[in-house]
Design a protein around this ligand. Sequence first.
Ligand SMILES: NC(=O)c1ccc[n+]([C@@H]2O[C@H](COP(=O)([O-])OP(=O)(O)OC[C@H]3O[C@@H](n4cnc5c(N)ncnc54)[C@H](O)[C@@H]3O)[C@@H](O)[C@H]2O)c1
Length: 457
Amino acid sequence: MDVAVIGLGKLGSPMAAIFASLGHNTIGVDMVPATVEKINRLEPPVFEPGLKELLLQTGGRLRATSNLAEAVQNSRISFVIVPTPSEKNGSFSMKYAEAAAREIGFALLGRTDPHLVVLTSTVMPGDTDAVFIKALESASGQKVGSNIGVCYSPEFIALGTCIRDFLHPDLVLIGESDSASGKLLADFYQTLHQSNPGISRMAIVNAEITKISLNSFVTMKISFANMIASICENFPEGNVDDVTKALGHDSRIGAKYFRGSVSFGGPCFPRDNRALARLGMDLGKEMALPEATDKINNSQLDRVLTIINNLDPRGLTVGILGLAYKPGTNVVEKSFGIALADALAERGLPVIAHDFHARIPAVMSMNQDIEFTDSVEECCKRSDIIIVALPCAEYGNLPREVLCESKRPKVILDCWRLNKLSDFADVAKVIALGTGDVQKVANKSFSPPLVQPFKVS
Ligand SMILES: NC(=O)c1ccc[n+]([C@@H]2O[C@H](COP(=O)([O-])OP(=O)(O)OC[C@H]3O[C@@H](n4cnc5c(N)ncnc54)[C@H](O)[C@@H]3O)[C@@H](O)[C@H]2O)c1
């Protein structure tokens, strides 16, 4: 199949590489010349594990251009994966998607050969029709549903595992303007997917509602687990893992994304949840579920700050392991580690941090100046309070020798319970978030005693 991928960002560049590596002639389009040049040199324009290797497997079938019309005219299907940034009120802006639709429409003006346009960007329910299709029809002079077909088909992938998630989806969602368009896209996906996902085909608006509902439901599950974790912390033998693991065995609930830790972040979860709330509010509905999810999520920072406060942190250095919003990515958007580092530094505490990939984006997005270390060991060595803020496997193996050598007793606050903390109990005060450790520490304030309360917002 000859395909165009319009928008070669965090999602579009892995997708273009996957299409080409699996045999499709792929033309990538981006308005940023450096991105086009990088793809043409088979260099990843974004950080994504495995993308570099995948680009080298594209066998001459991938090229990039900034000429959208040329790409569309030489393709049977155009995928549109441009940004849809959040507006202040929680909805998504269509300015880039609308501009792309108009350009595609002009490229198809007067052409009679069939063309399928697939919108992959996240949009507000109703906007594919009201904005995207409207712009496409007006620029092309053709009604969608005959020569030109449109599908809305969002991806459920996470940065850091984009390639695996794309090749092994749990579900495939196709909103279609007409059944021939939906079938063409479903057949195309069959050439890519290595799992055997359920393909759900439906009216475009239902696919739009499904996309944001799915992320909103997952975030509701995360906030539920975090709520249970905060309850477990009030009992000496409380342990959120015991509770959520048992609950997860019930197939109505399931174990995924049910860990009980800190807030969720990233470029999709928080905003998709807010968008569902916005949609419902605009329709005059009671949207208590997504609102509560958001509220619980926003309270996670204070939950951890309160624990640190109870340790009497004055004069102590806090080390934060992990600033990205999830392992394997350099994206720090709405990440817990960044929010925590900023909050502690704002309160005058010395903060040092380590992250495997996100150091530069972290520096650029933080309000406060903090120090970075090149290794986990150095971060642990120089910190009095070590906080495991990200579930990276490497942070589950804290360097015991460093803690043994320290002249001052250290505290380990493991937000993800990655380390076997009993192994450290002789050399550090250990706190597993979501367990009774939290209450024990709160009862025995770390010395020196508090003189002035450490204010938690
Ligand atoms: N990143 C994710 O994890 C993820 C997951 C699911 C859905 N999404 C959705 O996918 C969409 C894209 O997200 P992203 O993270 O890849 O964005 P991004 O900002 O990383 O990349 C978008 C790219 O589109 C290009 N672009 C914008 N307008 C263009 C135009 N008219 N022609 C050609 N190129 C154009 C930009 O230059 C940029 O390179 C968003 O709607 C997002 O919500 C993202």
